[in-house]
Design a binder for this molecule. Structure first.
Ligand code: AMP
Ligand code: ZN
Length: 460
């Protein structure tokens, strides 16, 4: 099956052909870890995670890198505001980010297999700066290393802006030591209270853009197949990554295909920390099952904006209820007897990552499952529905557990084990132990009901 993807660089949809047939490379700019991630931050990693699974399936071998930016002025500011060391901030928010990614289902085939941290790549960053200076693309001024945009004629080809527009649009820092106001920092001096590393230009720290160029080089090589991130990164971040990498590699293309996701918005405005309109994933997780967050993220095409609303989230949960209900009705059907593929879902994804179309196909399959008659047809329908869900990271929970927990993540295995133990205790007439177990249920956030059909548990 051919895979077609829209390339921001050429502004058109292209058939994707990896540079090397046996190894596809993809780099997605990761988070700067100074705060809890909001639902907008989850959009690139969820969408491009679905792409990662598709690439792994199509080409067998994918090297997918998603970095952690753990040195940055925003991190320094957060640490000094709280009066804690920098690594307390980066440690806490790296963990929070990974925890949210796991909850939303960006794990396994959907997850990167390379997760480099910027601070572990300082020697590579310094070497890249040295190469850029040696080839005349960068210069040293007052302890800074700056990239000279006038030395790279391709500057602006991703965002299609002139240098003049870029200076006006990005409110660039017009420092007196810059040859051109659009020149950007590769390395800057650090004061003793800030993170810093020894370098030929004194103790300093890297600029944000060079971190990604150096990590991509080390883990994926000079030219990568796909580079992705949110649309806000096109300029200056990706434009600068291209300039640095192309110039450090003697003119070799940095990324053949660029992909950018649209924004998660709230009432039409971009969700962002600076606007103060963010919905944190950790808070949304208390309002809805993480799978509903995932469903909603997949329900808009990645290049379109996604306006987040409570009603949308409720709708996503209701749709998942319907899908899980189709599976619950087939609980006794053995689907393993009828292995099936999910061609409609795969075809939708292969057409520029059409996740809304893939979800429509999933719903169609659930309707087929509800209509299926006879054991063979039922087994096939169930198998198809499960296979389709697998492509999207949906419908992989036990349907009974989905309804019992409302999709919340509770330890179902532990609850089931306690249920069995309680049953046994009652048979032994050990009521003291049975009562004790009831208290343990309360601690797990569930309650037990004894019905004529036996004991049942539900969330408190
Ligand atoms: P940051 O940690 O700010 O660098 O953001 C991490 C990722 O989230 C980047 O790929 C951003 O482009 C992306 N991003 C930030 N805000 C939004 C948003 N409101 N909608 C979609 N993506 C976003
Ligand atoms: Zn980057």
């Amino acid at each position: 099956m051919d895979l077609h993807l829209y390339n921001t660089l050429t502004r058109q949809q292209e058939r994707f052909v990896p540079a090397q047939p046996d190894r596809v490379t993809m780099y997605v700019c990761g988070p700067t870890v100074y705060n809890y991630p909001h639902i907008g931050n989850a959009r690139p990693y969820t969408l491009f995670g679905v792409l990662a699974k598709l690439l792994r399936d199509q080409f067998g071998n994918l090297s997918y890198a998603r970095n952690i930016t753990d040195v940055d002025d925003k991190i320094n500011a957060a640490a000094s505001e709280r009066g804690v060391p920098i690594d307390v901030v980066t440690g806490q928010f790296t963990e929070a980010f990974l925890d949210d990614m796991t909850a939303i289902g960006n794990v396994g085939d959907f997850a990167p297999n390379i997760e480099p941290r910027a601070t572990a790549h300082i020697p590579g960053i310094v070497r890249m700066c040295e190469r850029l200076i040696a080839s005349g693309h960068a210069y040293v001024a007052e302890g800074h290393v700056l990239f000279s945009v006038d030395t790279y004629e391709g500057y602006g080809r991703l965002s299609r802006r002139t240098v003049k527009e870029m200076i006006a649009g990005a409110r660039v820092d017009v420092a007196p030591y810059k040859r051109n106001p659009a020149d950007f920092v590769l390395w800057k001096p650090s004061t003793p209270d800030l993170p810093g590393w020894a370098s030929p230009w004194g103790r300093g720290r890297p600029g944000w853009h060079i971190e990604c160029s150096a990590m991509a080089e080390e883990h994926l090589g000079n030219t990568i197949d796909i580079h992705a991130g949110g649309a806000d990164l096109k300029f200056p971040h990706h434009e600068n990554e291209i300039a640095q990498s192309v110039c450090a590699h003697g003119g070799a293309e940095f990324a053949n295909l660029w992909m950018h996701n649209g924004f998660v918005t709230i009432e039409g405005r971009k969700m962002s920390k600076s606007l103060g309109n963010v919905l944190l994933i950790k808070e949304l997780r208390t309002l809805a099952p993480p799978e509903a967050l995932r469903y909603l993220l997949l329900n808009a095409h990645y290049r379109q904006p996604l306006d987040w609303s409570e009603a949308g989230l409720k709708q996503a949960k209701t749709t998942l209820d319907r899908l899980y209900s189709a599976l619950r009705d087939l609980a006794d059907v053995d689907a393993s007897a009828q292995p099936a593929s999910a061609d409609a879902v795969k075809a939708a994804l292969a057409d520029d990552l059409g996740t809304p179309q893939a979800l429509a196909a999933l719903s169609e399959l659930s309707r087929d499952a509800q209509k299926a008659q006879g054991p063979a047809a039922k087994a096939l329908a169930k198998s198809r529905l499960l296979a389709a869900g697998e492509w999207l990271g949906l419908l992989q929970q036990d349907p009974q557990a989905w309804f019992q927990t409302g999709g919340a993540s509770v330890d179902v295995a532990r609850i089931e084990a306690l249920m069995a133990e309680r049953q046994e205790a009652r048979q032994r007439r050990d009521f003291a132990r049975a009562d004790q177990i009831r208290n343990e249920f309360t601690a797990l956030g569930v309650t037990i009901e004894d019905t004529p059909q036996g004991a049942r548990w539900k969330l408190l």
